[in-house]
Design a protein around this ligand. Structure first.
Ligand code: ZN
Length: 181
């Protein structure tokens, strides 16, 4: 009788241990979530959400979600589009109307400025296939997707391999700047 109870207890214990061991330990989650606040982005609010979706579909180590407290804020004003990057993933974006007024594609502007927040610098290659070529690409360029190298760089940044040495940096995307030779 006692033995049977002991065996029952033992089997319950073994079962419990089996269940415990089958639960995988919390996976070292590499995905960093960044919250953004586009509530003051005026007419650009929708395009900012679309830009976040572009990035979410492009990279795996960081995820952008609307919400507060925000890691980065998106505003609208009449200047050139620009991004103040306080540190990787944190800062302020201005969706400047100057570039839209000149005919630049709003979604590309938004994904480009988010690229700065995600640790990418300007690379004025003049190529439309490069997101970070910004306004050095033709005004007619509507590519809003980061290329494979830009995706890999952002993934690496958020995997802890950031080459971002400059923090608290302001990137001004003035279309008057000439492409790099
Ligand atoms: Zn830029």
């Amino acid at each position: 009788m006692h033995l049977r109870r002991f065996l029952r207890t033992l089997s319950a214990l073994v079962l419990g241990l089996a269940v415990l061991s089958s639960v995988t330990p919390a996976q070292a989650s590499a995905v960093r979530v960044l919250r953004y606040d586009a509530s003051r982005a005026a007419e650009f609010r929708t395009v900012v959400d679309q830009a976040a979706q572009v990035w979410n579909a492009s990279v795996t180590n960081v995820r952008l979600v609307a919400g507060t407290p925000a890691d980065f804020v998106v505003l609208a004003d009449d200047g050139w589009p620009r991004a103040q990057v306080r540190s990787l993933g944190k800062g302020t974006i201005w969706m400047g109307r100057e570039a839209v007024g000149q005919g630049y594609y709003p979604l590309r502007i938004a994904t480009h400025e988010m690229g700065h927040i995600l640790g990418l610098p300007d690379r004025r290659t003049g190529r439309c296939t490069d997101l970070m070529s910004g306004s050095s690409a033709p005004v007619s360029c509507t590519n809003a997707n980061p290329n494979s190298a830009e995706r890999a760089e952002v993934n690496a940044n958020f995997a802890g391999f950031s080459a971002l040495t400059e923090i608290d940096r302001l990137y001004v995307d003035d279309a008057g700047l000439v492409p790099a030779p």
